[in-house]
Design a protein around this ligand. Structure first.
Ligand code: SAM
Length: 223
């Protein structure tokens, strides 16, 4: 097996696989091309059921359409935060309860916890996916919910061999649930997991993943 050539975060984020303007960044809240469909639940219904000030952090939020649509239906004390490498693409300003942050989720950290954290087809472009998952777990409210699309095939050891089973096993031990059928990871309630993987670098030439789109390989060694 040829050894992949691994790149740094800054090189990855400038690579054609990540800085790709043909990605689907336009999912709305409900309907055919939507968060409700990809997540398997209606984020708005979950947030609307909160007793007060619902909060939603959407990582790799794309155009932020789902957040903007949610803002129109939620109370004025809602906190809706989107983070994406690409700046707001919509020509109209976001509603006041929506904050759109232009940053890499690989280095950005929130200053509060959230009732709901989502990452809809965003992990596919992250180098240190497991490091991000460990950090995200601590950003949840005590009864918060995190859900993200995750492809275990993208997790590799230093020599390029598959590390996905070991990754899923470690994530499950840390409290995450993984649905292979839907490629979805879920975590309920805040944790401070320590995953036994040492990040080595990203392979932007890993090729298409289960979505059929080019994705990034995340390479790890043992701690
Ligand atoms: C396939 S799009 C999905 C967008 C949105 N979640 C949706 O479903 O409409 C993936 C998004 O991840 C963003 N992204 C990739 N790497 C990122 C990073 N390191 N930090 C923040 N966003 C990133 C891309 O800019 C892109 O908007």
């Amino acid at each position: 097996m040829p050894k992949p050539s691994l790149v740094s975060v800054s090189t990855l984020e400038r690579s054609t696989v990540v800085a790709n303007n043909t990605m689907n960044r336009e999912r709305g809240l409900a309907g055919v091309n939507s968060y409700a469909r990809e997540l398997g639940f209606d984020p708005l219904a979950r947030l609307a059921a909160r007793p007060a000030a619902p909060s939603w952090l959407d990582l790799c939020s794309g155009e932020g359409r789902a957040l903007r649509e949610a803002a129109r239906a939620l109370p004025g004390d809602a906190v809706l935060t989107g983070v994406d490498l690409v700046g707001p693409l919509a020509p109209v300003p976001a509603p006041p309860t929506v904050t759109e942050i232009v940053a890499s989720v690989s280095s950005w950290t929130p200053t509060r916890t959230y009732d709901l954290i989502t990452c809809v087809h965003g992990l596919h472009y992250i180098g240190d996916q497991l490091g991000l998952l460990a950090r995200v777990a601590s950003w949840l409210a005590p009864d918060g919910l995190f859900t993200a699309h995750f492809d275990p095939e993208s997790v590799r050891w230093a020599d390029g061999s598959a590390a996905g089973r070991a990754a899923v096993s470690a994530l499950r031990s840390a409290g995450f649930r993984y649905s292979a059928r839907h490629h979805r990871l879920t975590l309920e309630g805040a944790r401070e997991p320590s995953l036994p993987f040492r990040y080595l670098g990203a392979d932007p030439a890993a090729g298409p993943n289960y979505t059929g789109r080019p994705a990034v390989g995340s390479h790890y060694g043992h701690p």
